[in-house]
Write a protein that binds this ligand. Structure first.
Ligand code: FES
Length: 576
């Protein structure tokens, strides 16, 4: 038994470091008199009062501890940086890689044998897993669930999606300031993730599809009996995983990632998942972008009737069968041979008894949106790719040519979008530059450029919009995102001028700036790089190291370059 587990290096032995290390845990309230080499389970918690979506994770952690103790392990909870989508600026995305470093380095430096990751809000979910994948310790991921549904004038409000809708109504005078404030209060309805198919719901569902999260758990309501039991069971299971040495690299194969992409498409999920899945897979030297997204995007329909692609909210989706119901619906497309955290194959878990209520989880031939629900675009405007969520776009704009109305950056867009003198028509193509990974930095969700008020008053609901930015999973519209390379690097999007003709052709997967190569070259020669705003601190490191959207916006130094760099380097466990 001696030194079988990595944590035992810290606590075995009567020398001065063994005594010191045991004393540190005694001081933390652990009875080390009973220590006989049990697995130490870390519980990485993104709880924070700065992140209301994650606040019930304290309760989840206590339940996980009960399960770990019942299975004979020692649970140790530790904090990691919490990424609150609503309050962090310019974007929680700026800190996703920092969270991954936080997790990886806690796992490296401390006596931990396996880890339960607790996240909920958008970026916490991929950030946690990226770190655990790099450490490659036995891992289970849990979330906290969706928030309650707020009611306004008898209408159930969808997080994000209804906010954007009522914001547009306020801008054109359809609702007044008092009603706007009432809506704000109704939307603030307690702890939990957005109750629509935003990035959090999408990413948590993807964790289920990847085999890293208990099936059916991600949509369970916050603080309910079934969630309590799922958390206790996960605590028991992680101890067994340590004994079995079942690691992320055993679970997260290319087949598992492609199942996760199928889940993303069937959900009509957030475009952010494209970046996150690319980054998580990148930590294992697995390439997904663009081929896997493009190929699968042409096969899998959106079958889930949840906002923003559909009409319902996550509580109704849960009752209809949740994520297991979706997997059952797309069963024939899945790689069922992949292993899950349970040790069982996915195919053993997707049984005929799984509920999939057809009123919300639609049959394939009655899908909400037929394929492609997501398309990868290329062309001289995006040589390294761009994406569009077809499920959230207007069908009549999927093949469109229009004249560019260019905003140099976010402030310029805010200043001029509602200017009555802005020269814009319903057929124009709105372009936002300098909103990419390095340009801001952090690639905020600015891609759903508002339709100018003067056009909204004429009844225009949607326009083609293009940026090197992202958009919220709760957003909608004919929005081309993640244009790569970004404007900050001299990408073609930064060279577009007002009045240039742009063509979007989704069936041909094309996004094209209709100028000659000679003219594009001339503009590239004349391009002047922007001086970075940050010359020190973490944002400066981010600007230097962050990769483009087509590589998942990971840091260059975090992505392994070869098989050797996939190996996790352990610390020397001696005197500190
Ligand atoms: Fe946290 Fe949506 S803002 S989950």
């Amino acid at each position: 038994m001696k030194n079988k587990l990595r944590s035992q290096q810290w606590f075995w032995g009567a020398n001065e470091t063994g005594l010191l290390h045991q004393g540190a845990l005694r001081a933390a309230g652990i009875n080390m008199d009973n220590y006989h080499g049990q697995p130490i389970i870390g519980i990485a918690n993104t709880w924070s009062q700065l992140n209301n979506c994650n606040m019930s994770l304290k309760l989840v952690a206590e339940d996980v501890k009960k399960g770990v103790i019942a299975a004979g392990g020692i649970p140790l909870e530790f904090p990691v940086i919490s990424l609150g989508e609503e309050l962090m600026k310019p974007s929680a995305m700026l800190y996703r890689n920092l969270l991954s470093i936080d997790v990886e380095e806690n796992l490296r430096a401390y006596p931990i044998d396996g880890v339960v990751l607790l996240g909920n809000c958008d970026k916490t979910v991929p950030g946690l897993l990226m770190g655990a994948v790099s450490a490659n310790f036995p891992t289970i991921q849990l979330n906290a669930g969706p928030k309650q549904v707020g009611i306004h004038k008898g209408q159930r409000l969808g997080s994000g999606t209804d906010l954007w809708k009522y914001w547009d109504e306020l801008r054109i005078g359809k609702i007044d300031e008092k009603e706007w404030q009432d809506i704000g209060k109704a939307l603030s309805c307690g702890f939990g993730a957005c109750n629509t198919m935003g990035t959090a719901s999408t990413m948590n569902g993807i964790m289920e599809a990847l085999g890293m999260m208990p099936l059916g758990s991600s949509t369970m309501p916050v603080n309910c009996a079934e969630r309590t039991q799922a958390s206790i069971d996960a605590g028991k299971r992680i101890v067994a995983m340590v004994h079995e040495d079942l690691k992320p690299s055993d679970i997260l194969t290319k087949g598992a990632f492609e199942n996760a992409i199928r889940m993303l498409l069937a959900l009509g999920g957030s475009t952010n998942a494209v970046i996150h899945l690319t980054a998580i897979a990148g930590r294992l030297n697995i390439n997904l972008f663009p081929e896997s997204f493009d190929t699968l995007g042409a096969q899998i329909p959106c079958v889930v009737d949840v906002q923003p692609s559909g009409t319902k909210l996550i509580d109704e989706f849960h009752e209809a069968g949740g994520m297991p119901g979706v997997l059952a619906r797309i069963h024939d497309f899945l790689d069922l041979s992949v292993t899950t955290y349970t040790g069982q194959k996915l195919g053993d878990l997707i049984t005929e008894n799984i509920k999939a209520d057809e009123t919300i989880i639609k049959p394939l031939n009655e899908a909400i949106c037929m394929p492609p629900t997501l398309a990868v675009l290329h062309g001289n405007l995006a040589p390294n790719g761009a994406i569009i969520k077809v499920a959230a776009a207007s069908k009549d704009l999927l093949v469109h040519t229009g004249k560019a109305v260019v905003f140099e950056n976010y402030d310029d867009m805010l200043d001029r979008i509602d200017d009555p003198n802005l020269e814009v028509e319903a057929t124009s193509v709105l372009v936002l530059k300098n909103a990419g990974p390095k340009g801001v930095p952090g690639m905020p969700e600015w891609g759903m450029i508002p339709v100018p008020t003067k056009l909204q008053l004429l009844g225009v609901k949607d326009m083609v919009r293009i940026s090197d930015s992202r958009m919220s999973g709760t957003s909608f519209g004919t929005v081309v995102l993640h244009v790569s390379p970004e404007a900050y690097l001299g990408g073609a999007i930064g060279l577009i001028q007002n009045g240039d003709s742009i063509t979007l052709n989704v069936p041909d997967r094309k996004i094209q700036l209709n100028i000659s190569d000679a003219e594009l070259n001339k503009r590239q020669q004349a391009w002047i790089p922007t001086t970075p705003k940050h010359t020190r601190g973490y944002p400066s490191l981010y600007i230097k190291e962050v990769l483009q959207a087509n590589e998942g916006c990971d840091f260059d130094f975090l992505k392994p370059k070869n098989a050797e760099e996939l190996k996790f380097v352990e610390p020397i466990v001696g005197r500190s």
